[in-house]
Design a protein around this ligand. Structure first.
Ligand SMILES: *Cc1c(COP(=O)(O)O)cnc(C)c1O
Length: 487
């Protein structure tokens, strides 16, 4: 005998009320507690997950239902369900829950989150709902205004996939700190404003409060890629942003075992563009409709791997920021270095502005600091005197710092953006983004900073004519290396 659909609707109501209460309780906690526990509770562990203290990885495509009534209610989105893992999955839900809470922490807004298979998928998901053709006027031009100093992949997505392929004009802001430039590029066909801050790798920064206010004056949303800062240093929603995108792949999921993205939005966004149904809860809209149909979902395994790293983001970014500062100060006085770009250095033209936005969350409640302290993250870049070849020689001399197109890792990683992350956008695009060929991007990990300084010291000695001793992989401690086996 079926229990009837009402039975399931009633049960869902009770469950939703319990979860809401639990989330409200979590919101009373400090950042670290939220990052560690997220929305996963002891009650949920004991009642549904065999007491598992860590959020389980639900490697299952789909959910079974007790009867046809439950199935009907679930697939009609009348009761919370995860039905099919392209749309939702409990592991994905735990990740989304924690990201929504930490990004919304002390912003005064209710937030929600949708996790995606990559940061690029998050950017795509966040901007597409605003780029729909106007059905009443299909030939009306479409544009969006955004900073030109963006991650290389974002540059390609905006410049090639939208601008070139679909005639959606990307109006590039060259100096994002010049309010008149923002103002002059917005018109009645502008769908949203977009900014990456701090930018990767140039660390461009803008006065978000003012730019977001400008967006709202025009009835459009402000979207911010805050990957480099992480919510432990900056929460754009507190300064007026409507939607935040994160490449969780980077500092948030520092171990480097998964590619993960996320969109986090405040509830009740105001936009003169886009479908009405997206406004109350933007991320829930993405989940239930466009992302259901387009399918850029994250795997449950990657969701929990990322979640495990996020728990310690605050103390980790504090440590890595302090180390980066030490390395930046060392490089700043080095005779072979032309220039160091790090927002933490007083010499950086945007240092004062960055101080307003980049604060270690809860530092005023930290027993060591007891007051608000600025932290500027672990991304920096430096330009080597002597041009492109000199930069390559120094880069090739690094023995502890890994040469890879990556950042945010627990291990120090360096890259030359002109020949890697930013190679596709060409000379012109790189000039716009201020990425010369002698620029090395360095992201300082959690090693002791003295060892990173020692590695840079010896690598820079190539410019004094010293030969770097190359340690052949044949002598590596790991026994037979791939190089030996390849013989
Ligand atoms: C890496 C990165 C992205 C893209 O994220 P993926 O997870 O690699 O797809 C977007 N924005 C910034 C600032 C990034 O550093």
């Amino acid at each position: 005998m079926n229990k009837g659909k009402d039975h399931y609707l009633e049960a869902a109501k009770r469950s939703a009320a319990w979860h809401k209460g639990h989330i409200e309780k979590m919101k009373q906690c400090r950042f670290d507690t939220i990052a560690v526990h997220g929305i996963y509770s002891m009650q949920e562990a004991l009642d549904f997950n065999q007491g598992s203290i860590i959020e389980p990885i639900y490697m299952s495509t789909s959910q079974a239902y007790r009867d046809s009534d439950e199935m009907e209610a679930a697939l009609g989105y009348e009761v919370p369900t995860w039905c099919y893992s392209r749309i939702a999955n409990p592991s994905m839900y735990y990740l989304e829950g924690v990201l929504a809470l930490i990004e919304g922490y002390q912003t005064g807004h209710n937030t929600s989150c949708i996790a995606t298979s990559s940061g690029m998928a998050a950017i795509h998901s966040a901007v597409e709902p605003f780029l729909q053709v106007d059905s009443k006027d299909p030939n009306r031009p479409i544009n969006f205004v955004g900073t030109s100093q963006v991650y290389g992949g974002t540059f390609q997505q905006f410049n090639v996939r939208k601008d070139h392929e679909r005639n959606i004009e990307w109006r590039k802001i060259v100096n994002s700190n010049d309010m008149s430039e923002w103002e002059s590029k917005i018109d009645e066909n502008t769908r949203f404003l977009y900014g990456e801050m701090p930018s990767n790798p140039g660390l461009a920064f803008f006065d978000l409060e003012k730019v977001a206010a400008l967006a709202h004056k025009h009835g459009i949303v402000m979207i911010v890629d805050a990957t480099v800062a992480t919510p432990a240093l900056m929460r754009p929603i507190a300064f007026g942003a409507d939607i935040v995108v994160q490449s969780v792949t980077k500092t948030l999921a520092t171990s480097g075992s998964s590619i993960v993205g996320a969109v986090i939005a405040k509830n009740n966004i105001v936009s003169k563009w886009g479908p009405e149904e997206m406004k109350a809860d933007f991320c829930m809209y993405l989940k239930a409709l466009p992302n259901r149909d387009n399918g850029p979902n994250i795997s449950p395994m990657n969701a929990i791997m990322a979640l495990n790293d996020i728990r310690t983001v605050r103390s980790r970014i504090d440590l890595c920021s302090r180390s980066t500062m030490k390395v930046a100060k060392f490089l700043e006085t080095h005779p072979h270095i032309e220039k160091v770009d790090y927002l933490g250095l007083e010499s950086h033209p945007l240092h004062e502005l960055a101080k307003k936005y980049m604060v270690l969350v809860d530092s005023e409640h930290d027993e060591i600091y007891g007051e608000k302290v600025n932290r500027f993250g672990h991304l920096m870049s430096f330009r080597v005197k002597g041009g492109a070849q000199a930069a390559r020689d120094v880069f090739d001399g690094m023995q502890r710092i890994w040469r890879a197109t990556d950042l945010g890792r627990i291990k120090s990683v360096a890259t030359i953006p002109a020949i890697s992350t930013h190679s596709q956008q060409g000379e012109e695009g790189r000039k716009l983004a201020d990425i010369p060929a002698n620029l090395i991007r360095l992201c300082v990990g959690a090693e002791h900073p003295d060892d990173i300084i020692a590695d840079l010291t010896q690598a820079l000695e190539v410019l004094d004519g010293k030969k770097i001793k190359y340690t052949s992989p044949e002598f590596s401690a790991g026994g037979a290396s791939s190089a030996t086996l390849a013989r």
